[in-house]
Design a protein around this ligand. Structure first.
Ligand code: MG
Length: 273
């Protein structure tokens, strides 16, 4: 009897392993997308992140030497305060889009992404709305730096994704977002997916209290290519005093620069770290 039970248990475990590996083969994003969509633990982490950010607002506002951005230089102490947030998987939740890609067995597709953005149907990441409202109430300028994109003045006059994103935020009850407070990829010459030039642009006129994002590139320059995973971990450690104090990160196991550097990480000596 005991042997039979043990055999049954191993059969179940073996079956579960086969099932898991079959699902993983089907789509590597299945479980990470399910976690974001269904796990209460994800919701708790998002709320925790924004509660922590909210709790730092007072100190950040009072201390004029406080800045969150490595791009902030010069005499910034008298500048008006601002916070910078990423949009996707930081403020807006695109889980239905990711889920549909999995169901359709499709990789990321820019045309389908355009359609999704145009639907203005993304929901708010837990905690984001309260944080942005509170920052705005205290007179802090809220900037969004996003890799949602503009195709340039010729091809995309008015920048359709900017308009849709502003409307999507408004529908969810976010404070009004003037177009100059949302900085999209390609909106200005030199604004590539690398966000440092856009952080620098904000830093020229504002003291940046906090950065909120779901990707290391929302905080640090040059971390999305030409760098390997260990170097990225070293950078996290180098700036360890900022996490949870000036930098606030949301979990995103579905996509991000963390996976892109796995495809072609460069050896440490190439970068000279
Ligand atoms: Mg993001």
């Amino acid at each position: 009897m005991k042997n039979e039970m043990a055999r049954t248990r191993w059969a179940i475990l073996f079956g579960a392993a086969i099932l898991l590996s079959a699902c993983a083969t089907q789509n590597p994003n299945l479980y990470s997308a399910l976690w974001v969509q269904t796990a209460a633990e994800y919701r708790a982490e998002a709320l925790e992140t924004y509660t922590a950010a909210m709790s730092q607002l007072d100190e950040a506002l009072l201390d004029r030497s406080w800045t969150a951005a490595v791009e902030q230089t010069g005499d910034y102490m008298g500048l008006p305060p601002a916070v910078i947030l990423d949009i996707d998987e930081t403020v807006l939740d695109n889980a239905p889009f990711q889920g549909q890609l999995i169901l359709d067995k499709m990789p990321f597709d820019p045309a389908r992404w355009d359609e999704w953005v145009a639907m203005e149907a993304a929901t708010a990441i837990p905690g984001a709305l309260d944080f942005v409202r509170e920052a705005a109430r205290r007179g802090v300028a809220v900037f969004y730096i996003t890799n949602r994109s503009c195709a340039g003045a010729d091809k995309d006059p008015g920048c359709a994704q900017e308009t849709h994103t502003i409307r999507n935020l408004a529908r969810l009850g976010f404070p009004e977002t003037p177009p100059d407070r949302i900085l999209l990829k390609g909106e200005q010459p030199g604004w590539t997916s690398e966000k440092k030039s856009r952080r620098s642009a904000v830093a020229q006129r504002h003291r940046i209290l906090m950065l909120v994002g779901d990707d290391l590139g929302d905080f640090l320059p040059d971390v999305a290519s030409g760098i390997d995973p260990d170097q990225r971990k070293d950078l996290v450690d180098r700036y360890k005093d900022r996490w949870g104090r000036k930098w606030f990160i949301l979990p995103n196991p579905v996509y991000g620069s963390w996976e892109r550097v796995l495809v072609a990480p460069k050896a440490a000596h190439v970068r000279g770290f």
